[in-house]
Unconditional design. Structure first.
Length: 260
């Protein structure tokens, strides 16, 4: 679990302190190496969760340049699914789909109810979709573009992106295992370029990087107590919630309450 981030400048400064290299020619390369290392660590909590409104024209729109992982796409209040249409990749020549099937537009609402027949039980607040939108539209990914079944319109992308500081340097988790992993990855890459250390060799740096990479993955992915409670509420259910995707996953953190 991670809560705070620091600039990757702190990691580069740590390499200067610990390794004491003779020059600074490697520092610009270190920015790329830090991105590679964060990709290898791969925990989604490292990244920023963002939403972007994009305009579709001629069935396509360019993906955001800072996109790391696409979470969900919305159009006219409805969650789009990933298409299976093989003709969709020729977006300039395809025929538009019928579009919305006439279902209600998605709106969110908050309701209050009593979870059991026991009137002494406290009421609780439950998030839910009041009118679940339905749509025949879908999207595909092709050549750095989001390709849609409709010719034009607005879409909202929910995705994760790299966090950066005011100077454009990546922000990294303020976690001891992550910082050690990033430091050893930089040292490993420096040695691949010819840097020689009087105490250890490339094999040692590679082994250290592998060790701290796994340690960082494990430490970051360990959930907090509140997240564990949410996971329990998501999976411990008598009635499966098969509409989570179309509901934008609203209310998944709420415990299932069945009237008896």
């Amino acid at each position: 679990m991670n809560y705070l981030h620091i600039s990757s400048k702190a990691v580069i400064a740590k390499v200067f302190r610990d390794l004491k290299p003779g020059d600074s020619s490697w520092t610009m390369d270190a920015i790329e190496w830090l991105g590679e290392a964060l990709d290898f660590i791969g925990f989604h909590g490292v990244f920023d969760h963002k939403a972007a409104a994009l305009t579709v024209k001629d069935h396509k729109t360019a993906l955001p340049c800072d996109l790391y992982q696409l979470i969900q796409v919305a159009h006219n209040g409805c969650a789009l699914v990933y298409g299976t249409d093989t003709t969709g990749y020729t977006a300039d020549h395809r025929v538009a789909s019928p579009g919305n099937s006439g279902g209600p537009v998605y709106t969110s609402a908050v309701g209050t109810t009593v979870p059991t027949d026991d009137h002494s039980s406290p009421a609780f607040t439950l998030k839910f979709t009041k009118d679940r939108g339905t749509s025949n539209d879908y999207y595909l990914l092709n050549g750095g573009n989001l390709v849609t079944s409709f010719e034009e319109g607005e879409v909202t992308l929910y995705y994760t992106a790299y966090l950066t500081d005011t100077d454009g340097f990546p922000l990294v988790p303020d976690n001891i295992y992550v910082k050690q992993a990033l430091e050893w990855y930089i040292i490993r890459q420096m040695m691949m370029g010819g840097f020689v250390h009087p105490v250890f060799n490339w094999e040692v740096a590679d082994t250290k990087w592998g060790h701290y990479c796994v340690a960082a993955q494990n430490d970051l992915s360990f959930p907090s107590i509140d997240k564990m409670e949410t996971m329990k509420n998501m999976f411990v259910r008598m009635v499966p919630n098969i509409n989570r995707h179309s509901d934008f996953f609203i209310g998944n953190e709420s415990q299932e309450r069945l009237k008896r």
